[in-house]
Design a protein around this ligand. Structure first.
Ligand SMILES: Cc1ncc(COP(=O)(O)O)c(C=O)c1O
Length: 479
């Protein structure tokens, strides 16, 4: 590792210590700084690079806190021997593709939720498809994009949803948004009004909860058990509220559910519960918002059709996203709305000045239509199955009977249950200070809970060594 390889740029607005940190991570990624190697002392690197010792110290501290470097007292500092050979920072897409990391973009944290395997995305193919689209770009494509989405992408989605999710719909029922949260915002504006109440899974997806509360919705927590949302409990809550205060319009106007892999428990909603929920919605003229964010990632058994595929009364709004099946930076998601509501949604989108970039929508269309999407999903399913198993084994090895993992049929994270007297929020916050991602289970509930656990993503756990290094770090936090 020479001075020129660590060259830093003072004209950038990224702090020098951060640039140095990034360069050292690159050096570990490509093997110039292998596991176990002693790194230069702060003093010698500072004088070699003409930096203050404080700057180098800061970069080293960051690497120590994230587990890349190990301080060994008077024997100096070494690269952690637990890091896998030349692979650790491949979790950043930049290093995975051999490109220069973009200064300023923080790499994903280990265990960070909601990310697909960023090192395994077919970047070369994506670049080729993008170039092809750019070369053929017409002046019409430079215009404002259609507010409801690119027509070709909608057509491709009609086919995909029909084949893969059992959903029969027309292109005009599909609305392209920039995220699931954007889809929720749109539903609130088009169909609901501030103060409306709805059922929300308990525990349930934190970001959806925040968005709905921000839109002025009242959320009634409804428990989740081994069969998914407990519809009976929702009905009882409703009845109780009506009895207590008849003047209050307590009836829920909507329910938000993740039937394929409940977020975060991973359970699949049974057919009986699906039918009970649909019957409730038909009876009450309520809306069901189906969040089908990761249905493609199922590792055992057959894929389950979407709840929407059983929706004969058109009460379900079906939400999908490309952030899990492609990558989050694509910022593309979609919503399928009942035919009867299409005009209302069109108006809402027009009013909001909606529209997503034409180029990325066109590239996604090509990716789907040329068969790359199906191949990519197949590869990711196989990869995640292996990565999930690595993390499960490593956690069980390092944490033993302090944890319980309920392995579900699919999903992108593990729910690691802890003894109920363990403060999972404190553990998650200690993990964050140590540079680890993941969330506390109890942060995902609306009411105080005695359930304790950690939600840990496995999608970017590169191999067994990486899994062991991460599990060992987590174990120290639990001591
Ligand atoms: C339960 C759930 N739904 C939906 C999403 C997708 O959200 P977005 O489209 O905003 O990335 C996520 C992302 O992590 C999720 O965990």
């Amino acid at each position: 590792m020479s001075n020129t390889q660590l060259r830093l740029d003072r004209t950038q607005n990224v702090p020098i210590y951060r640039q140095l940190y990034q360069r050292l991570r690159e050096a570990m990624a490509d093997g110039r700084l292998p596991p176990g190697k002693r790194v230069p002392s702060v003093r010698s690197l500072a004088s070699e690079l003409n930096l203050s010792r404080g700057t180098v110290e800061l970069a080293y501290q960051l690497l120590v806190s994230e587990g890349y470097f190990l301080p060994r007292g008077p024997a100096g500092t070494i690269v952690s021997p637990h890091l896998p050979e030349s692979t650790k920072p491949a979790a950043t897409p930049e290093t995975a593709t051999g490109q220069e990391p973009k200064p300023g973009l923080a790499p994903p944290l280990p265990f960070q939720l909601g990310l697909p395997a960023l090192d395994a995305f077919p970047n070369k193919l994506w670049t080729r498809l993008t170039h092809r689209r750019l070369r053929a770009q017409t002046s019409a494509e430079l215009n404002y994009p259609p507010p409801t989405g690119h027509p070709a992408l909608k057509r491709a989605l009609v086919t995909y949803l029909g084949v893969s999710r059992g959903i029969a719909c027309q292109p005009e029922q599909i609305f392209i948004t920039d995220s699931y949260r954007d889809s929720l915002g749109l539903i609130c504006r088009a169909l609901l009004k501030s103060g409306d109440s709805g059922w929300f899974e308990e525990p349930g997806y934190l970001m959806a909860r925040e968005r709905l509360l921000n839109e002025g919705m009242h959320l009634t927590p409804v428990g989740v058990d081994a069969e998914g949302l407990n519809v009976e409990e929702g009905l009882n809550v409703e009845e109780g509220l009506n009895v207590e205060d008849e003047s209050r319009a307590t009836s829920a106007r909507f329910a938000v559910v993740t039937p394929t892999h409940q977020s975060p428990t991973g359970v699949t909603m049974t057919l009986a519960r699906r039918q009970a929920l649909l019957a409730w919605a038909s009876r009450e003229n309520a809306w069901i918002i189906e969040d089908d964010y990761d249905s493609e990632y199922r590792y055992h058994g057959h894929p389950v059709p979407a709840l929407k595929s059983l929706d004969h009364d058109d009460r379900v709004l079906y939400a999908g996203t490309f952030s899990k099946v492609l990558f989050p930076a694509i910022k593309l998601a979609y919503l399928v709305v009942p035919l009867s509501q299409v005009a209302i949604f069109q108006q809402a989108m027009q009013r909001l000045g909606h529209g997503c970039p034409t180029l990325s929508q066109a590239v996604v269309t090509d990716f789907i239509e040329e068969g790359h999407f199906a191949r990519h999903l197949k590869r990711m399913r196989a990869l995640y199955k292996v990565r999930r198993e690595h993390l499960r084994q490593a956690l069980e090895h390092h944490l033993g009977d302090r944890i319980r993992i309920d392995l579900q049929a699919g999903g992108m994270h593990l729910l690691v249950r802890l003894a109920d007297d363990i403060d999972d929020v404190a553990i998650a916050s200690r993990a964050a200070s140590a540079g680890l991602g993941g969330h506390a289970l109890s942060a995902w509930t609306l009411t105080p809970t005695r359930q304790s656990g950690m939600l840990l993503s496995f999608t970017n756990v590169i191999d067994a060594d990486h899994a062991h290094a991460l599990a060992a770090r987590l174990a120290t936090l639990l001591e």
